[in-house]
Every structure is written in C-alpha cells, then in structure tokens.
Design a protein around this ligand. Structure first.
Ligand code: FES
Length: 139
C-alpha cells in the first residue's frame, strides 16, 4: 500500500492510470458537450479521507472526488442509472456503490461494474496544489 503526501500528489500532476480514457473522450462517451478545459477548486485534501467519496460542485458539474490509498479520482456524481448522487454511496476498494439500487462504478475508469448500472460515468483528471484539490472540467 502506498501513502502519498500532498507533495507527491502534486508531483503526479493528476491521478490517472494507463488504459483510462482521457477526459474529453470520457465526457463524450457520456454525451456531454466539451469546449475547453479548466482546473477548478474541489475542496481541501485534508477533508477527504482514504476510502471516502466527497461531493463537490465544480463549475456546472456535480463531481464525486474519491480518495483511494494510491491517489485521488474524480467521477461524475450523477449515476447513469437513475441520476442518484454516487457520493451518497459507499466505497468498496476502487468501486463506489449506490446503496438503494446496488449499481457500482470503478472510480478509476468510470466503468459501470454492477447492474443496474450499465453506462459509464465521466472521469476527470485530479491534482493537488498547496493542499487544494483541483479537478479539470470543461470550461
Ligand atoms: S441510481 Fe445508481 S444504481 Fe440506481
């Protein structure tokens, strides 16, 4: 298990992994229009514990910022099943589950991993600067 300091997060630039669609492609997959991108504040790193997902309003996007042991991940906070707030659910490893219906998503990739959720949620790049979480969203 790797624990990253805020400085290490910053050095990572953002917390994406190989094989994850880039943000523009991810957003297009979910039908959102995209023009330009901007980094916007999404809370203090110290308020997001490992294993938790926190709801933030970033521009026009409700986003769930999820903290795993290896970094931060940001996904749309609107479930693609019936538009519930995923951040009200629970984290199971790198999965987030909406409790009423049981739909799950991988917070690293946005992929729907359990019925009734079948369509992915958008993912967003995340980085930390001076203890502040920043999420990159369409401008
Ligand atoms: S609203 Fe997400 S699983 Fe139903």
């Amino acid at each position: 298990m790797i624990h990253l300091t805020p400085d290490a997060y910053r050095d990572l630039g953002h917390c994406r992994i190989a094989g994850v669609p880039p943000p523009l492609e991810s957003l297009r997959m979910t039908g959102w229009g995209v023009n330009t991108l901007a980094w916007v504040p999404a809370g203090d790193l110290g308020t997001i514990e490992v294993g938790l997902a926190v709801h933030v309003e970033a521009g026009r996007f409700p986003i769930a910022v999820c903290r795993l042991a290896d970094g931060l991940y940001a996904i749309s906070d609107t479930c693609t099943h019936m538009q519930a707030s995923l951040s009200e659910g629970s984290m199971f490893g790198d999965q987030i589950e909406y409790p009423r219906h049981g739909g799950r998503f991988n917070v690293r990739t946005g992929a729907a991993t359990r019925m009734p959720a079948v369509r992915p949620v958008a993912t967003f790049p995340v980085r930390v600067k001076d203890g502040q979480v920043l999420v990159q969203i369409p401008d």
